[in-house]
Design a protein around this ligand. Structure first.
Ligand SMILES: NC(=O)c1ccc[n+]([C@@H]2O[C@H](COP(=O)([O-])OP(=O)(O)OC[C@H]3O[C@@H](n4cnc5c(N)ncnc54)[C@H](O)[C@@H]3O)[C@@H](O)[C@H]2O)c1
Length: 351
């Protein structure tokens, strides 16, 4: 794996100072919320550089091919060469989009990521996956492309909306279900996490990144089956993400997906009752922000599962939760559908 500098901590963005001298020009793909919330911080970051900004106002909606075209026009108009670089400053959608563009512009330019949501800091910025949505289907286009550097500053998480913060905790909970030691630590520190204590958040980020790196290392192109663990919670999660009528974001959809994965693992006797209840404690706490939600509203989306990358032939590869870490099982669609319908009743009874 190429070396990626991952710099975590308060004001870590400003360490870009040591990198920016190498480049004549910088294309900055930035969330408009960040330019409004942190103008001085951005000003210091870009001080002394020759840059243009490309603003994104609705990240998930703009993570598509037409934005790639607009970015190309902007970059060519600025005479951005293959020796220049691109900075992504925003959440996971901007990171995915900007990384994809960096991977194809002039056959690849240097890319730096400044993730500003919890999901981006603990998950999407790490591992080199880039993605675009296509005609309503998530992440259908993409490539593998590693950034030169990732600058993670937990301070910017203070301004996240609750849904985005808890959504990020959805991916954190995924790591906790994969690694018992992290689960125990997280439960002990959960109150501080929920208060957004900066010292604890920094630890959450460091520990999460370590876990993600462990699964990514040696399988950067996702061909050896090692990264599949990271799909925990994503099979159902991807089906319900951003769909009418609830429009749950990625992380909150993953939280529901994790809850389902726990249910399924218990029902199929992969997990015993006491482990199931213990693990469910964390998910229940985080799911509080989801409120009313009826999975049967999404039943018609089950056919989307056939477009999912976890599908092999007629069956579905599902990441279940075992007593000691994850377990990949094979389900046929009918079994999957029946389990979702059963789970739906259970989900609505959870309070
Ligand atoms: N590449 C990967 O490995 C990977 C992994 C997980 C998720 N993802 C992708 O990441 C995306 C989800 O990530 P996300 O939730 O960060 O998406 P996002 O970029 O849409 O950000 C979510 C919201 O937070 C706002 N925001 C960003 N930073 C903020 C800040 N500091 N303060 C206040 N508001 C802020 C954004 O404007 C947006 O409204 C999805 O597209 C998903 O597919 C990719």
């Amino acid at each position: 794996m190429d070396k990626v500098d991952v710099i975590i901590g308060k004001n870590s963005w400003l360490k870009f100072e040591n990198y920016k001298k190498k480049y004549h020009k910088i294309l900055v793909v930035v969330d408009s919320k960040i330019t409004n919330l942190y103008p001085q911080y951005l000003g210091t970051l870009l001080e002394g550089t020759n840059y243009v900004k490309f603003l994104i106002t609705e990240p998930e909606k703009e993570k598509n091919l037409s934005t790639i075209e607009e970015l190309t026009i902007k970059a060519l108009g600025f005479n951005l060469t293959r020796y220049d670089c691109l900075l992504a400053i925003g959440g996971g959608a901007i990171g995915d989009l900007a990384a994809f563009f960096s991977s194809i512009y002039k056959r690849g330019i240097d890319f730096y990521n400044f993730p500003t949501t919890l999901i981006a800091q603990v998950d999407s910025a790490i591992g080199g996956k880039t993605a675009l949505n296509f005609q309503g289907y998530k992440n259908q286009l993409g490539s593998f492309y590693l950034p030169r550097g990732i600058f993670v500053d937990p301070q910017v998480l203070k301004s996240l909306e609750d849904d985005d913060f808890y959504g990020g905790l959805g991916e954190v909970a995924k790591y906790a279900l994969l690694e018992k030691e992290f689960y125990d630590w997280l439960i002990k520190n959960l109150d501080l996490v929920l208060e957004k204590d900066l010292v604890i958040l920094e630890k959450v980020i460091e520990k999460s990144i370590k876990i993600k790196e462990k699964y990514v290392k040696g399988d950067i192109k996702d061909t050896k089956g090692q990264r599949i663990a990271l799909n925990l919670g994503h099979t159902l999660g991807h089906l319900i993400e951003n769909q009418h009528p609830d429009y749950l974001n990625h992380g909150l959809s993953v939280l529901v997906g994790l809850d389902f994965a726990l249910y399924l693992s218990y029902k199929l006797q992969i997990l015993n009752k006491s482990s199931y209840l213990q693990k469910k404690f964390l998910i229940n706490k985080l799911l509080k922000v989801v409120g009313e939600f009826n999975i049967t509203n999404y039943h018609y989306l089950l056919n989307k599962v056939v477009t999912d990358k976890k599908v092999k032939g007629e069956n579905l590869q599902f990441v279940a939760i075992g007593e000691k870490g994850f377990k990949v099982i094979t389900l046929d669609y009918q079994q999957f559908e029946n389990l979702i319908l059963e789970y739906s009743g259970d989900f609505n009874d959870r309070n």
